[in-house]
Design a protein around this ligand. Structure first.
Ligand SMILES: NC(=O)c1ccc[n+]([C@@H]2O[C@H](COP(=O)([O-])OP(=O)(O)OC[C@H]3O[C@@H](n4cnc5c(N)ncnc54)[C@H](O)[C@@H]3O)[C@@H](O)[C@H]2O)c1
Length: 385
């Protein structure tokens, strides 16, 4: 097992009716930036519950609507200006991962001296951020329980990430009822996103970390078990509740404790979204099989463990079990409506070369747990998709 520090200060408030807890969680006298996305919260009752809690606590707030999927820097900077102008000192993000991520950037950008784009492009040092909380409406990213964010910029077609302890949410409220209005596409995306978060921390090589491995396998097995019910309509409360808990656990630091990690699928997927607009989870499902195919020898011991513990595959050689687990995973993604290749999208012929070039230019390749996925390999992975 590798050395590690595990620290997660997010206060997670879970269950039906819990949005009302906001009134106790936001500091008395705070001036709140209430930020959300395209407006689904106005039709599913979440907006009304948030307003009731803010009013009940006697808080002053200003609304900022319109944070889009893959939150755009240009939009977020408008919220930064609003917050600076109105001297807002607490941020409440209400929505999916895009709103949560967008608000982490806003929180860091408000007090930042200099060009806030440098937080993403140059990993500029952050010394402080405005405190924030989240009401989550889409289980997927784990943003509700981590200090990472991903932001896109139209002008340059970039999608960049940053992470900093200053942007840990103070609290996150997870009410499974708030997911009832999600369309099947977003539910399928959420299941795949959470699943791939665990795979990126788990599918490397055996590292003598049996507890961390079993925590990861528990999240994976639970997602497989609940997925059909989590996709069902009318919604099944218990399945949605467990999906929310799985997605938070998938990227809150726990299943990555003491083990090597491989974020190659994510780095390549971010470039694909930046260039094509394809949903985040869909890029992951499309790219992941190519990473497994190209890194099969290095990963097959862990793939065989995954085959046995998550898919109950015990027959055959190590190679056969590892290959069967990859096939099972692809079938699982397809079963929730997420394609495991890129043939259904209209993409330029040189997309693989573009992605490889962009990662190399930003010194983000080589990727992988051994740092050996170079630009040529990135190109082959995208071509395989
Ligand atoms: N911070 C992290 O650790 C992390 C991890 C993975 C991905 N991400 C990023 O998060 C973003 C994706 O977030 P996401 O997958 O949560 O989706 P999202 O927030 O982009 O939302 C997708 C769509 O669902 C809608 N929506 C949200 N909640 C709804 C509800 N309850 N009912 C109806 N519609 C609803 C949104 O308005 C949007 O149109 C990407 O930019 C991705 O790169 C961040």
């Amino acid at each position: 097992m590798d050395n590690f520090t595990f620290h997660n200060p997010v206060r997670l408030i879970f269950g039906q009716g819990q949005i009302a807890q906001l009134s106790k969680e936001i500091p008395t006298g705070a001036r709140v930036l209430f930020a959300f996305g395209g407006g689904s919260i106005k039709t599913n009752g979440v907006y009304d519950q948030v307003v009731a809690a803010l009013q009940g606590a006697g808080l002053h707030w200003a609304e900022f609507a319109g944070i889009e999927p893959n939150p755009r820097y240009e939009t977020l900077m408008q919220a930064v200006e609003l917050a600076r102008r109105e001297k807002l000192d607490f941020i409440l993000a209400v929505g999916g991962g895009s709103v949560a991520d967008g608000c982490k950037f806003i929180a860091a950008a408000i007090p930042f001296v200099g060009d806030p784009w440098d937080i993403l492009a140059k990993r500029a040092r952050i010394t402080q951020a405005v405190p924030m909380g989240i009401v989550l409406t889409l289980p997927a990213t784990g943003s509700e329980m981590n200090c990472f964010a991903v932001v896109s910029r139209d002008e340059t077609h970039e999608k960049l990430s940053f992470g900093h302890p200053a942007v840990w949410p103070k609290f996150s409220v997870l009410d499974p009822h708030s997911t009832y209005s999600l369309p099947p596409r977003q539910l399928g995306n959420g299941i795949v996103d959470a699943y791939v978060h665990v795979l990126e921390q788990y599918l490397t090589f055996p590292a003598a970390a049996p507890l961390t491995d079993r925590l990861a396998e528990a999240v994976l097995s639970t997602l497989v078990e609940i997925a059909p019910r989590a996709m069902a309509n009318p919604p099944d409360y218990q399945a949605r509740a467990n999906l929310m808990w799985c997605a938070a656990m998938a990227l809150n630091g726990l299943v990555g404790s003491g083990v090597p990690q491989d974020w190659a699928t994510h780095y390549i997927g971010h470039e694909l979204t930046a260039l094509s607009g394809i949903d985040h989870a869909r890029t992951l499902a499309a790219i992941w099989p190519g990473v497994m195919a190209l890194k099969f020898e290095a990963k097959k011991a862990k793939l065989a463990q995954y085959a046995e513990r998550v898919w109950n595959i015990r027959d055959g050689s190590e190679d056969e079990r590892a290959l069967a687990a990859i096939a099972k995973t692809r079938a699982f993604f397809e079963s929730v409506g997420v394609p495991t290749g890129l043939s259904s999208y209209d993409l330029p012929a040189d997309i693989a070369a573009q992605i490889a070039g962009r990662l190399a230019a930003r010194h983000q390749a080589p990727l992988g747990e051994h740092g050996d996925i170079d630009s040529a390999m990135v190109k082959r992975i995208v071509e395989a998709a």
